[in-house]
Design a protein around this ligand. Structure first.
Ligand code: UDP
Length: 389
């Protein structure tokens, strides 16, 4: 029996582990243990996601104090991992819980498998970038969602036979729930259905420190969105930290007064996916949303200076707009006027990434373990042969 302990703690973590948990529960010979780090703990950002994504109740739920650092979260995780004694600990993404899980497991000598390994924005001011690099430095098995992740890990000296191009578990979850999302009534609830309304709205999200923590930057981004909202509806489901920043800057009250932008609370997954799938344009600083729009062929403008997910730009529908309001507005208008590019779905974003990952975990850490897969051919001439799992 392979005991796999997974650590998750935030909204994007839950979207990523939904596919992995379902796959582990389907397999005979795998015993999944789920630990909720408690990083996001309110109903809108946590419980509702567990329910909607059919994630079973966590075996352990921790309660760190709000905005705890990875090293503050690690001791409690270390206790849980020490008592559960898993064969391997799986961490996903780039949040504080990801690094805390890796630190706790590595400190106990338990191997760490990182899902979404190797992504790099090359921007050390991003807390997520620091988490990614530190998590990978503690990991023994790497599951990359796109070729850039493989290339970055190799450049950092990680061994070739521990790196697997697995595809994207967030897209597994999207594939699984897209049909259910079509039944969401969110479009009619927001008055976006039918007539000229359908597909003529912008969906926007912001939550990264680089966009919302500096009042001058936030004001600039908000002014670009407000001007766009004079031309077509702009729906803005606000992350809790963004709600606070908007209030502190006097840009919008909690009820969305003072602004033409249609401010909502964070939306449940199925409603958000429905809105995303039917939007004329998505404007975001979210990593996951860049990937989901590429998978659905929806135009996306990224309100950042970089992305750690270059495949969404190289192959998908994503364009990097930076943080300068005039530039953003011009790019948005151009895309809304038909200038958005037609992307294609990246290789292995096929809804079966979790299957590949769990099979590889079994091969590497299961009782009938075999040597790691022999590297199979990988089509990019820029990379050496690498195993897809
Ligand atoms: N999401 C959601 N409701 C919202 C905003 C986002 O369900 O109001 C989903 C979105 O579809 C994606 C994930 O949350 O699956 C992205 O989370 P977030 O942007 O917080 O994190 P990031 O991907 O930037 O790490």
């Amino acid at each position: 029996m392979l005991k796999v302990l997974t650590v998750a703690g935030t909204r994007p973590n839950f979207v990523k582990i939904a596919a992995l948990q379902a796959e582990m529960r389907r397999r005979r010979g795998v015993l999944p243990v789920l630990v909720h780090s408690g990083q996001h703990f309110d109903r809108e950002m946590s419980d509702r996601f567990l329910d909607d994504l059919s994630i079973p109740a966590p075996d352990f739920t921790l309660r760190p104090r709000a905005s705890a650092s990875p090293s503050e979260m690690a001791p409690a995780l270390r206790e849980v991992i020490g008592s559960a004694r898993p064969d391997v600990v799986v961490v996903v993404g780039d949040v504080n819980s990801t690094l805390a899980g890796a630190q706790a497991a590595a400190g106990l000598g338990v191997p760490v498998a990182h899902v979404e390994a190797g992504l790099r924005s090359f921007d050390p001011t991003m807390p997520e970038e620091r988490n990614r690099i530190a998590t990978d430095s503690l990991s023994s098995l790497f599951f990359a969602s796109e070729p850039s992740g493989v290339a970055n890990l190799l450049a950092e000296g990680q061994p070739l036979d521990r790196i697997f191009l697995a595809g994207n578990v967030m897209i597994d979850t999207l594939t699984r729930f897209l049909e259910a999302a079509r039944r969401s009534t969110v479009l009619s609830r927001l008055g976006l259905n039918g007539g000229h309304g359908t597909r003529r709205y912008v969906l926007a999200t912001l939550h990264r420190p680089a966009a919302v923590d500096d009042p001058a930057v936030l004001r600039g981004l908000w002014s670009a969105l407000e001007r766009l909202a004079g031309e077509l509806p702009v729906i803005f489901p606000a992350h809790p930290r963004t709600q606070s920043r908007l209030r502190e800057c006097g840009l919008a009250g909690a009820d969305g007064v003072n602004t033409k932008i249609r401010l909502t609370r964070p939306l449940p997954y199925l409603d958000f996916i429905r809105l995303e799938s039917a939007a004329a344009l998505v404007m975001t600083d979210s990593g996951g949303v860049q990937e989901e729009t590429t998978a659905m062929g929806v135009p996306c403008l990224t309100l950042r200076n970089n992305t750690e997910r270059p495949i969404t730009v190289l192959e998908g529908t994503n364009q990097i707009a930076g943080l300068e309001p005039e530039h953003i507005l011009a790019a948005a208008r151009r895309m809304l006027a038909g200038g958005a590019k037609i992307g294609r779905i990246p290789r292995l974003w096929d809804g079966r990434s979790a299957q590949r990952i769990v099979s590889t975990l079994c091969r590497n850490y299961g009782s009938s373990r075999k040597p790691a897969a022999i590297p199979a051919g990988f089509p990019s001439p820029a990379l050496p042969a690498i195993a897809t799992c």
